[in-house]
Design a protein around this ligand. Structure first.
Ligand code: AMP
Ligand code: TRP
Length: 361
């Protein structure tokens, strides 16, 4: 059980550290509101990597006057086998998003497979993108290597469907973790190609990445990322983990033989990962954490206690809210169907214009 420690100084209010890639959008979108789009697969309870890399940014983006779409991408989830029905996992993902602070009054939350225009646009875009480009996508290469070239066609065209998700809503900003950078580059490329060929329609969406949480690493193997599907149970902290489970996982996190708390992601990735997680859960910078740990004379073992405390304090209210919401099926279904109705309106309007632009009508 976690003991309360004197590391109170580690706790402060959250800071928003959203950064951008490719363009300084804070300057160029002041005049026009953003259309934000992101997606998450309904593949079980999100872990800390999903939360810090993506969901937390989504919550923060609601504080501005943006048009926001969050899609639970169940068609993407079909690319891998599932024991449980995917629609059940969709509902628990809705509960998780709401528990994390997604507000259905501010954001449109919907299920991808309810809107057939995603698939229509995906086909259209697949007639623009070259096969060779898809063959060179990192995630495809990894998947086909790990399945000895037996990966399914859905995995191959996965990024095209992702581009269709984004472009269907003419999204201008896409908040994701940095493992999605290449998919977003493809999306910018496809938007440009379409505009050149058929006339300007799509914005080239800006990728939003939280510079502090680009990649949360596995707690068991700090050379690979924290992942839902790979690695030991102890390698990830899930948003529904109990206080004791969180404490136990952080206590057992792989670090190294040096006892000082210093930030060196190359030589000390395990410790750096803990500092990164800690910094994201408080408003302390990496430097503040290191210098305060030094002042307190903490070794990495003692420091883990401070990290666990910060994570537990942050996750506890999310878990409590999730447990409350997940039993209320009716509410979750209402949120989804209201979101789907709103998203469908935009999707159909844009698709009708697109059909005419490419000569289908
Ligand atoms: P997925 O669970 O793969 O659908 O990912 C959902 C979102 O979480 C995406 O935006 C990913 O980039 C992000 N994400 C997944 N794993 C990590 C991680 N270990 N660190 C940071 N972001 C992550
Ligand atoms: N490919 C994303 C992932 O694995 C999920 C996703 C699907 C997505 N469509 C999207 C993310 C559109 C952002 C925008 O995490």
């Amino acid at each position: 059980m976690l003991r309360r420690t004197h590391h109170r100084f580690f706790r402060k209010k959250l800071l928003h550290r959203i950064t951008t890639q490719r363009r300084n959008f804070s300057e160029d979108v002041k005049e026009s509101p953003k259309v934000v789009f992101s997606g998450i697969q309904p593949t079980g309870i999100p872990h800390l990597g999903n939360y810090l890399g993506a969901i937390k940014q989504w919550v923060d983006l609601q504080k501005e006057e943006n048009e926001i779409y969050f899609s639970i991408v169940d068609l993407h989830a079909l690319t891998i086998p599932h024991e449980e029905k995917i629609c059940e996992k969709v509902l628990s993902m809705v509960a998780t998003l709401l528990a994390c602070g997604i507000d259905p009054k501010r954001s449109i939350v919907f299920k991808q497979s309810e809107i057939k225009e995603h698939v229509m646009l995906s086909w259209l875009l697949s007639c623009i993108v070259q096969q060779n480009t898809l063959k060179n996508m990192i995630q495809w290469k990894e998947k086909s290597k790990s399945t000895r070239n037996a990966a399914n066609l859905g995995l191959f065209t996965y990024p095209v469907l992702q581009c269709a998700d984004i472009l269907l809503y003419k999204a201008t900003h896409v908040p994701v973790g940095n493992d999605q950078t290449q998919h977003l580059e493809l999306c910018q490329d496809i938007a440009r190609k379409f505009n050149n060929r058929f006339g300007t329609f799509f914005p080239e969406p800006v990728t939003l990445i939280d510079e502090n949480c680009t990649k949360i690493l596995s707690l068991r193997d700090p050379f690979s990322k924290m992942s839902k599907s790979q690695g030991h149970e102890l390698s990830r902290i899930n948003l529904d983990d109990s206080d004791d489970q969180i404490w136990n996982k952080i206590k057992k996190a792989v670090t190294d033989n040096t006892s000082a708390v210093t930030y060196d992601p190359i030589r000390r990735p395990g410790v750096a990962n803990l500092i990164q997680i800690h910094s994201s859960m408080t408003d302390l910078t990496v430097n503040e954490i290191c210098s305060r740990s030094e002042e307190e004379g903490l070794d990495t073992g003692q420091y883990k206690m401070a990290v666990a405390e910060a994570v537990i304090d942050h996750i506890r209210p999310i878990r409590a809210e999730y447990e409350k919401l997940v039993g209320d099926r009716e509410h979750l279904e209402t949120v989804l169907s209201e979101g789907t109705t709103k998203a469908k309106e935009t999707a159909q309007k844009n698709w009708n214009e697109l059909r005419s632009m490419v000569g289908l009508t």
